[in-house]
Design a protein around this ligand. Structure first.
Ligand code: KIV
Length: 284
């Protein structure tokens, strides 16, 4: 079994130009599959709201839901670096709340780090969390929790004016003491510029390469989440279709009597068949 990676390994990987491959997971089996596949780290994203709980977005996701899913992932991937995603409302109200909620992720779910969205506007919470001794990752560019103010799930930094804003966010995140940064849905030129400029690892989701690693939402890449698939997602499997096909076949088997056949049944103990039949007859 590979040794669990930590912050220093991720810094070494940045220095060696070795890209980190990470995915989201929200449950025990997916976490087990990720660990077995050699995934470098796992994000328990608040995308769990859409991908597993059926919400329209990430806003309704609660701290308790995040903690519960982080615990399941921790149990499934005990030897993988796991990051808990701070849900909307858990770090925007007061800095004290932000630190207390970040601490809950570590104490209750035993994750290795937390992630929060926003650059300059959430740098105060990020600094307080980092100062409290929690490994904190920033998340800038397209930040799904603020898709309302951003005008939807839209790529960011497409023109020099908004790219400048993304760069200022990146600097604010590093200055606040984050150990890493995730950049979402910006042009590759901007993400790789930020990765070269910052000393902390800079990861991309939908922001191309080269940078220090790539994140994809597992439900998107394996075809489990079917409402929409962002442009930047490479689909590696069609698990949702496989499950639907399996269920369809099962429905047909049950309706036609093709299931269950003898091989799927428990059998009366050998030599007791007559006695068994007599006993049943008593109840006729
Ligand atoms: O919740 C999540 O999965 C995320 C990704 C979109 C980066 O924050």
């Amino acid at each position: 079994m590979a040794k669990k990676k930590g912050r220093l390994d991720f810094i070494k990987m940045k220095e060696a130009h070795e890209a980190v491959a990470w995915v989201t997971a929200y449950d025990f089996p997916t976490a087990q599959f990720a660990e077995a596949a050699g995934i470098d780290m796992i994000l328990v994203g608040d995308s769990l709201g859409m991908c597993t709980l059926g919400y329209q977005g990430t806003i309704p996701v609660t701290m308790d839901e995040c903690i519960s899913h982080c615990k399941a992932v921790r149990r499934g991937a005990p030897n993988t670096f796991v990051i808990g995603d701070m849900p909307f409302g858990s770090y925007q109200i007061t800095v004290a709340d932000a630190v207390a909620n970040a601490a809950r992720f570590l104490k209750e779910a035993e994750v290795d780090a937390i992630k929060l969205e926003g650059g300059q506007r959430t740098a105060g919470a990020l600094k307080a969390i980092a100062d409290a001794g929690v490994l904190a990752m920033g998340h800038i560019g397209l930040t799904p929790q603020s898709s309302g103010p951003l005008g939807g799930f839209k790529a960011q930094g497409l023109d020099p004016h908004s790219a400048r804003f993304v760069i200022e966010d990146a600097i604010a995140v590093q200055d606040a003491g984050a150990y890493a940064l995730l950049v979402e849905a910006v042009p590759p030129e901007l993400c790789s510029f930020i990765a070269r400029k910052l000393t902390i690892p800079v990861y991309s989701i939908g922001a191309g390469g080269p940078c220090d690693g790539q994140l994809l939402i597992s439900s998107d890449m394996i075809g489990m989440f079917q409402s929409f698939t962002p442009k930047f997602v490479k689909v590696y499997a069609h698990v949702g279709q496989d499950i639907t096909n399996a269920f369809k076949e099962y429905v047909n088997d049950v309706h036609t009597g093709a299931f269950p056949t003898d091989e799927y049944c428990y059998h009366i103990r050998k030599g007791m068949e007559d006695e068994y039949a007599k006993m049943l007859a008593e109840y006729e």
